[in-house]
Design a protein around this ligand. Structure first.
Ligand SMILES: C[C@](O)(CO)[C@H](O)COP(=O)(O)OP(=O)(O)OC[C@H]1O[C@@H](n2ccc(N)nc2=O)[C@H](O)[C@@H]1O
Ligand SMILES: Nc1ncnc2c1ncn2[C@@H]1O[C@H](COP(=O)(O)OP(=O)(O)OP(=O)(O)O)[C@@H](O)[C@H]1O
Length: 290
């Protein structure tokens, strides 16, 4: 029995879901240059999958490093090391990331990988850190990490770390990944970016105010993003997630989403997904063995 408790969860696949920013307003800028936002993060069912294996001598390493990302910079490795350092933990881990989410797409894949590492290793290493502490550690890795630790579709303010629950219909979505990587920093540094949007309420958002202030800058700099928006607009209202490059549209029925998906797949890299109110990571934690 004791043995089983020690090994449960190791060697299992844990989901790291993507998010969409259903709206994104920039309401100001902090003295350190970071932008103050209002956003709605919706978790979707497209996922990376992460497996953790015990490792000797406190080593933290990747089974398969992502091409182009040095191992020590990988967000899962950084998350594991941060957790070890904060908790004074001497355990090790070998991390296997099955990467499905496009990088630099505005879907938050790297951030979600980091959040899954924080939440699952907290359990596997028996650290018992509270969720708030994991969110705080996550924020040191990136502005999108806290929402994935939180694990619910949320209304976000601050730089995205002040989160409140919001329940949204779990609609079908079609996501296009244009063939470019958008550099988040470049967009936030752009002179022409609107930084003084008025704050809105959840009610304004639900009534249809879902502008993304990054859209004009991104579609001007990246033609393939504006082309993708045009293509998707033939089926439904198309929006940008985060700073892009991905664009998405919501559909009320699976059939209408599938029609758009098929129509677009010939010319675009497209994903069909479902909006969720609860992260699949938490579904697994509640029903799984850890
Ligand atoms: C655009 C969003 O995806 C919306 O969810 C996030 O705000 C961006 O989150 P992220 O990719 O985790 O970004 P980070 O890695 O924290 O930041 C990348 C760079 O973008 C700029 N940045 C980011 C977030 C923010 N609120 N203001 C900023 O000015 C900073 O220059 C930062 O160095
Ligand atoms: N495990 C990881 N998965 C993806 N990217 C990683 C990872 N570790 C480090 N990175 C780095 O982080 C960068 C951003 O990746 P990510 O997938 O989070 O982009 P994104 O979808 O644009 O995120 P966001 O919506 O947070 O801006 C990558 O280009 C890569 O250099």
């Amino acid at each position: 029995m004791e043995m089983q408790e020690q090994t449960a969860g190791w060697g299992e696949r844990w989901p790291a879901p993507a998010k969409l920013n259903l709206m994104l307003r920039i309401t100001g800028r902090r003295p350190d240059g970071y932008h103050l936002l209002q956003t709605v993060f919706q978790i979707i069912d497209l996922c990376d999958w992460i497996t953790f294996y015990p490792a000797e001598n406190g080593r933290v390493y990747l089974r398969n490093p992502i091409p182009g990302v040095p191992e020590h910079e990988d967000l899962t490795v950084r998350a594991a090391n941060l957790l070890k350092q904060y908790a004074g933990c001497s355990s090790g881990v070998c991390i296997d990331v099955e990467k499905n989410l496009p990088m630099g797409g505005g879907l938050g894949g790297g951030s979600s990988d980091a959040a899954t590492a924080l939440v699952v290793l907290n359990r596997l290493w028996n650290l018992h850190l509270p969720l708030e502490k994991l969110m705080e550690l996550g924020l040191q890795l990136g502005a999108d990490v806290p929402v994935f630790v939180y694990g619910y579709t949320a209304w976000g303010e601050g730089v995205g770390e002040e989160l409140k629950p919001i329940t949204i219909p779990e609609q079908w979505v079609v996501v296009i990944k244009p063939d470019c990587h958008v550099n988040t920093k470049q967009i936030f540094l752009a002179e022409e970016l609107t930084r003084d949007s008025k704050s809105i309420t959840m009610r304004d958002f639900i009534a249809g105010d879902c502008r993304n202030d990054c859209l004009p800058v991104v579609s001007k700099l990246y033609k393939s993003v504006s082309d993708a928006l045009d293509a998707l607009s033939q089926y439904a209202e198309a929006r940008l997630t985060g700073t892009g490059a991905c664009v998405f549209a919501q559909f009320n029925s699976e059939q209408s989403a599938r029609e758009a998906f098929s129509g677009l797949s010939q010319n675009w890299s497209v994903y069909l997904a479902r909006g969720l109110n609860v992260s699949p990571l938490y579904e697994k934690l509640e029903h799984g063995s850890v």
